[in-house]
Design a protein around this ligand. Structure first.
Ligand code: GUN
Length: 288
């Protein structure tokens, strides 16, 4: 039976450390770190994520600003809002919740966020720095996965790491971080010829494809570490991951549950990135 990797507990530990750090930051600089979250439209899943981010900010002691824009907002109007936040000295981090409505060019919007306020690390400058192995912030979900792996003493060096999914948000940066940790990395996707065989070769398998319980026990090497980034609803409306947890947990050494695995880590890493950005801004101001 596998060890269940408790993302909820590790997230709580990281957020508690940040709460203490926030208190000393506020005492030293006379203000709290500030995070602005921009939500366009009324996607219910996005509304839940935004609510959770606001709650995490309140618990740690950050200033949080929520900017709700209608589905009909134009790209130029959205970029103007971001520009205002770029110039706002109380705001250290800006997060534009994805997906954006069709008709808005996501990459143009993400490029309009000042790289030093880009707490998602989605700006091309930050993406480039990550590829080069020199960065100050990491995208929240892959960073959360790495933090969980490290917490459980799992060492990617020399291991065969397979990432299923090649999104800009998870799959691609995840592959870069495992590579930097000296894993031997394979990225699989919808055109991969024999996905089951690729997955079966993995010592560390990270799955981010958004398909309910897609990874079954026959696709996993006995004793492997399995990280499930999926967050889906099954036919009965129940929350589940991309991995068939009940089957797969019987063959792995470590596995993350859904919910309570990677999800809570994403928010913890966003909070950490906000502190990193705030420290950069505060120290820059102090040295002016
Ligand atoms: N939508 C789903 N995941 C994310 C994320 O990590 N950041 C943002 N901005 N939007 C998302």
């Amino acid at each position: 039976m596998a060890v269940i990797m408790d993302g909820k507990a590790l997230s709580a530990k990281v957020r508690e450390e940040l709460r203490l750090e926030c208190a000393s930051f506020s005492a030293k600089y006379g203000r709290a770190p500030g995070l602005a979250v921009v939500l366009v439209g009324d996607n219910p899943a996005s509304q839940v994520y935004v609510r959770n981010k606001k709650k995490a900010c309140a618990e740690i002691g950050y200033l949080s600003r929520e900017i709700l824009l209608p589905q009909t907002v134009t790209e130029a109007e959205l970029i103007a809002v971001i520009d205002g936040l770029n110039h706002d000295s109380l705001i250290d981090g800006i997060l534009v919740q994805l997906p954006l409505p069709v008709g808005i060019d996501e990459s143009r919007v993400l490029r309009s966020i000042s790289p030093d306020k880009d707490v998602d690390a989605f700006h091309p400058e930050n993406v480039g720095n990550i590829v080069l192995g020199k960065y100050s912030v990491l995208p929240c979900t892959p960073a959360g996965v790495m933090a969980l792996i490290r917490e459980y003493g799992i060492e990617p060096a020399g291991k065969k790491c397979v990432v299923v999914g090649r999104s800009n948000i998870v799959g691609k940066p995840m592959a870069m971080l495992l590579l930097e940790a000296n894993g031997t990395v394979t990225v699989c996707h919808s055109k991969t010829r024999d996905l089951a065989a690729e997955c079966r070769a993995a010592d560390i398998l990270v799955v981010a494809i958004g398909k309910a319980r897609y990874i079954t026990a026959d696709m996993v090497k006995p004793g492997a570490v399995v990280i499930d980034v999926g967050m889906n609803r099954d036919g009965d409306g129940r929350l589940c991951g991309d991995v068939d947890f009940s089957q797969v947990s019987a063959v792995t050494s470590y596995i993350t549950p859904v919910p309570g695995g990677v999800g809570p880590m994403t928010i913890a890493m966003l909070m950490k990135n906000t502190m990193t950005a705030a420290l950069t801004h505060a120290e820059r101001k102090a040295n002016d």
